[in-house]
Design a protein around this ligand. Structure first.
Ligand code: HEC
Length: 129
């Protein structure tokens, strides 16, 4: 091998070695094996306040905006005996829920473009002109 080839091989090896690291950095945080809650900032506060009356899976199966979560908390406070939170605690809980159990992305695929559709057998607005 020429020195240049050696260098090229070495840098390729280096590049390949750093690839998995780059991938890991983007991975989502792990979930707690016991509750299933995403182990990110605030999760312990959620665990200690939101799993006393029902399973954490009720939390992890739900999703929605910060407003949705706040509405649920108010509902549980008014009708289910959920305690009042300190402002800071509530903010931690809502931040966490909105971030990790936020509104689901629309799972419907976008409509097909006109060119991929079969011919429309019915007259359309375009034909009536
Ligand atoms: C004091 C008891 C109590 C605590 C603490 C509690 N919940 Fe609840 N929660 C309930 C009850 C009761 C229900 C109704 C369960 C049912 O329908 O079987 C409920 C239902 C829910 C639901 C389902 C709502 C629906 O639309 O069906 C979610 C989501 C939820 N709770 C999230 C939370 C979160 C987040 C926390 C922490 C901030 C929390 N809960 C803490 C009592 C509690």
């Amino acid at each position: 091998m020429t020195p240049l080839q050696t260098l090229a091989t070495a840098s390729l090896g280096l590049a390949l070695m750093t690839l998995p690291l780059a991938g890991m950095a983007q991975e989502a945080p792990e979930s707690d094996p016991e509750t299933g809650l995403v182990m990110a900032e605030g999760w312990e506060t959620v665990r200690s306040n939101c799993t006393a009356c029902h399973s954490a899976s009720l939390v992890t199966q739900n999703s929605g905006t910060r407003n949705h979560w706040e509405y649920l908390i108010r509902w549980m406070q008014e009708t289910q005996g959920l305690w009042e939170f300190q402002e800071e605690t509530e903010a931690t809980i809502l931040d966490y829920l909105a971030e990790y159990y936020g509104p689901k992305e629309d799972t419907r695929r976008p409509a097909l473009p006109r060119t991929l559709m079969p011919d429309n057998p019915y007259p359309t607005v375009a034909d009536s002109g």
